[in-house]
Write a protein that binds this ligand. Structure first.
Ligand code: UDP
Length: 336
């Protein structure tokens, strides 16, 4: 059974994106058991697509897709994206596999680089052979510690190539360069969304996989101290999952987005301390705020310029942080 909050959200996505682009199409979702990947599987199946979800379950979770496994139009393949080979004919590939949590990817830097580099090679080849449309999940991290806020796609970034975050940042930058080369040399039909911080139901909260948003919610629901790193003045812009998913689907379906690199995110910039306060308010918890050491190379500000997304597909994120937080807290409180 799918959760009520997720079912409602999926209906909202379906009313914004035209189903006909995906109906009856064969779609591969790498990282299909992950946070964003599993939402894509739900929406694509709702549109009548035939979905193959690929995941090695290193950071994805089978519980995100358990409700789909009995559907005839859904297939789960447990495999590392770097090792995956297939003779199936795919119309679309959503290449979402990756290690997104800073604590987790810094613990597995080599695997993180391999997934972005070798995994993307494999997916570019598969898309080329199939003449498929490929969407590659890039990231705001390609901008590193950005000097221009809100950050437009034309900004080249300020990335430490040998720092603790480089395995993620440079891996994604390599994959972007690779897909640009494939589009130039082979005419690959691809899109590169740079996805900014996304949150909502299914965002992993445990151990190394936890992100600020999910950890804060879990800590607040348990009335434990909320662990803010540094003075909490660093900023992020949090986009609710349905807005990110809608952006990704619209970009994939739109011929105008062919070979474009586009920011997908929310433009409401908040400090991490403000986020902690908002989580306290939404959960009505008694947690205190505990200040811990700021990790090395933690970006000071992050906020997307989303004018290009709006211009290309006529859409921008709509869910306020207050409402998105309310939905996410409700979902987590039903799970814990
Ligand atoms: N952060 C924090 N407490 C935590 C986890 C993260 O204060 O328990 C901070 C982190 O240092 C960063 C921001 O929150 O400045 C967002 O962290 P997230 O885990 O979402 O990943 P990032 O946006 O850095 O990739």
């Amino acid at each position: 059974m799918m959760d009520e909050i997720i079912s409602e959200d999926i209906e909202k996505v379906k009313s914004t994106v035209k189903a006909k682009a995906f109906a009856g199409k064969k779609v591969l979702v790498t990282g299909g058991a992950g946070f964003i990947g599993s939402w894509l599987c739900d929406v694509l199946l709702g549109f009548g697509a035939d979905v193959v979800a690929l995941d090695d379950l290193s950071t994805g979770r089978s519980k995100n897709i358990d409700h789909l496994t009995k559907k005839a139009s859904f297939k789960f393949v447990k495999s590392d994206v770097c090792a995956f080979q297939s003779n199936e004919k795919f119309d679309f590939i959503f290449h979402m596999a990756g290690h997104a949590s800073p604590d987790e990817y810094q613990t597995h830097p080599i695997e993180t680089l391999q997934t972005s580099a070798l995994g993307s090679f494999g997916m570019a080849e598969l898309a080329r052979k199939n003449d498929a449309t490929l969407l590659f999940a890039s990231t705001s991290e390609v901008y590193g510690d950005a000097e221009i806020i809100p950050t437009p796609e034309s900004y080249w970034g300020k990335v430490n190539p040998i720092g603790p975050r480089s395995c993620y940042d440079e891996g994604k930058r390599f994959a972007e360069a690779l897909l640009m080369a494939y589009s130039k040399q082979h005419g690959l039909n691809m899109r590169i969304p740079r996805i900014f911080n996304t949150y909502g139901p299914r965002l992993r909260e445990d151990g190394l996989y936890g992100r600020a948003m999910s950890r804060f919610i879990l800590q607040a629901l348990a009335n434990q101290p909320i662990t803010v790193y540094g003075d909490g003045k660093q900023t992020r812009s949090f986009c609710y999952i349905t807005d990110t998913i809608t952006g990704l689907m619209l970009l994939t379906a739109s011929p105008k987005a062919k070979c474009e690199v586009v920011n997908v995110g929310n433009t409401q910039e908040v400090t991490i301390l403000e986020l902690a306060e908002k989580v306290k308010e939404a959960t009505k918890c008694k947690s205190t705020i505990e200040f811990n050491l700021l990790p090395k190379d933690d970006p000071k500000r992050r906020c997307p310029d989303t004018a290009k997304l709006e211009k290309l597909v006529g859409w921008k994120p709509t869910m306020s942080l207050k409402e998105g937080l309310k939905r996410t807290v409700t979902w987590f409180s039903q799970k814990t």
